[in-house]
Write a protein that binds this ligand. Structure first.
Ligand SMILES: Cc1ncc(COP(=O)(O)O)c(C=O)c1O
Length: 462
């Protein structure tokens, strides 16, 4: 019998595709010391300049050294360097930021809660959903479904939601009550001859079976990135989310859209939810919210969820959740100015217009003997290398070729990120056409050099 694509063996492959490859090699070489940044470039302590093809950690959407963001931060620090949002108080910039976020948010969001990182936002989403179901008298409805190869952070709860074994192993994660569904990566997990749409149908059917096996009355929510990032830039089949959503609705299960990478234009629409027709009940954002100039994240929720939480809070006397820096005024002011700049530059439209330059540029490497798959949309993409193109077999030692390629890219002035043997691309959204061309051409040169090296090392199938 054919092995189920999202089986344990498949998880073993996923195990190696984690964001922190080749720790020993990096330890031996020492870190690359980055000293300054301007536009899409960063410069190291030896004066070498690189295109930051990953926008740092998928986050500096407006590039480095944006004067407007610097000025706003300085002005806000002078006006009100800190205030909190506890005990019925709130700093001014948080009000305008919340209004703006709710105006632009996908779905029907009514309220915002602030935190400082994507992990905290997803933790908060999970806690608020537990609180909500207790408030509604459904204390048994608590489990959260995430997906294999999803990435949602590294705190105890968000790290449990993350579906990459490296983030679990020896950390005693996942915690109880988290379940992982199949990964929508057609290239890796579809059956032979299965179309993208048949694959999406099967994943939805498998999800339904998983829900029935667990008991729908025990499942509170599902969380997912519209396009998976750190798990390997996985673009699901176009109707995958609609099919998944139909299952969730049938069993009264909420959907949390993790827009930490996809949000703010990355996929060519303002939110990944718009790209895939997702109607979320909660949305988490971070990274691009402030273009990573300062730490800030947010959880947006529907009025219905908010109201149940508010009513329960009134009963209990207080909402026992919040961070010292929730809605920090300087981060909020910078985030607000970031949203202004996104509006002015039409960030989603600009990304959609530039997308073919990156995506078609990379697709030109499809026929390369070491390239298994080129995937992506908007300004996020990945090239997956394989030891054998026909069978899609990965390299025996996963991450070795990827680390070499990463090094060659860097030697030619481009910073990318190898997730195992998959090279990820996520440049700042202010990148120009000429800079995209340089990025793509440099990658091609590094790919050829890696191919020569891999053959020299005997890593390719004969
Ligand atoms: C989709 C997604 N969610 C959540 C997180 C966690 O964010 P943070 O590292 O700010 O905690 C990340 C980080 O890469 C992410 O990519």
């Amino acid at each position: 019998m054919a092995e189920r694509p999202n089986s344990l063996a498949a998880r073993d492959i996923a195990y190696h595709l984690h964001p922190y490859t080749n720790a020993r090699k990096h330890e031996a070489e020492g870190p690359l010391i980055i000293d300054s940044g301007e536009g899409v470039y960063v410069t190291d302590d030896g004066g070498n300049r690189y295109i930051e093809g990953m926008a740092g950690l998928w986050c500096t959407n407006l590039g480095f050294g944006n004067e407007r963001l610097i000025k706003v931060a300085e002005r806000q620090m002078r006006q009100l360097s800190y205030y909190h949002s506890f005990a019925h108080k709130v700093p001014t910039p948080v009000i305008e930021l919340s209004e703006r976020l709710l105006e632009m948010a996908p779905g029907d969001m009514g309220k915002v809660f602030y935190a400082n990182s994507g992990s905290e936002a997803n933790d908060t989403a999970m806690k608020l959903i537990w609180f909500y179901n207790n408030a509604r008298g459904r204390p048994e409805k608590k489990k959260i479904i995430s997906r294999l190869r999803g990435y949602h952070g590294i705190t105890i709860a968000s790290g449990s939601l993350t579906g990459l074994p490296v983030n679990h192993k020896d950390f005693d994660l996942p915690i109880a009550g988290v379940r992982h569904a199949g990964c929508p990566h057609h290239y890796r997990f579809a059956y032979d001859g299965e179309s993208e749409e048949d694959f999406a149908d099967r994943l939805a059917a498998e999800l339904e079976q998983q829900i029935l096996d667990e008991g729908p009355e025990t499942i509170a929510a599902m969380i997912g990135e519209p396009v998976m990032g750190a798990g390997g830039v996985i673009v699901p089949p176009q109707t995958y989310w609609q099919k998944i959503q139909a299952v969730l609705k049938k069993y009264d299960i909420l959907l949390i859209a993790d827009e930490v990478i996809c949000g703010f234009g990355r996929t060519g629409k303002m939110f990944g939810c718009e790209t895939f027709g997702i109607e979320p009940d909660m949305v988490t954002v971070a990274k691009g919210l402030s273009s990573a100039y300062l730490p800030i994240s947010a959880v947006m929720m529907s009025d219905e969820i908010y109201q149940a939480i508010a009513d329960n809070t009134a009963k209990l006397g207080t909402l026992g959740h919040g961070f010292t820096y929730s809605g920090h005024p300087v981060s909020a002011a910078v985030a607000l100015e970031t949203l202004n700049i996104y509006d002015e530059m039409d960030v989603a439209g600009r990304t959609a217009a530039l997308a073919p330059r990156l995506q078609d540029g990379l697709r030109a490497y499809r026929d390369h003997p070491m390239v298994g798959e080129v995937r992506g949309l908007g300004l996020i993409a990945a090239v997956e290398m394989v030891a054998d193109k026909a069978s899609k077999a990965p390299f025996d030692t996963v991450g070795k070729a990827g680390a070499y390629l990463d090094g060659r890219c860097r030697a030619h002035g481009v910073i990318l990120r190898n997730l195992g043997d998959t090279m990820a691309f996520c440049p700042p959204l202010v990148i120009s056409e000429a800079e995209i061309d340089t990025l793509v051409a440099t990658f091609g040169k590094a790919l050829d050099e890696t191919y020569d090296w891999v053959r020299g090392e005997g890593l390719m199938a004969a």
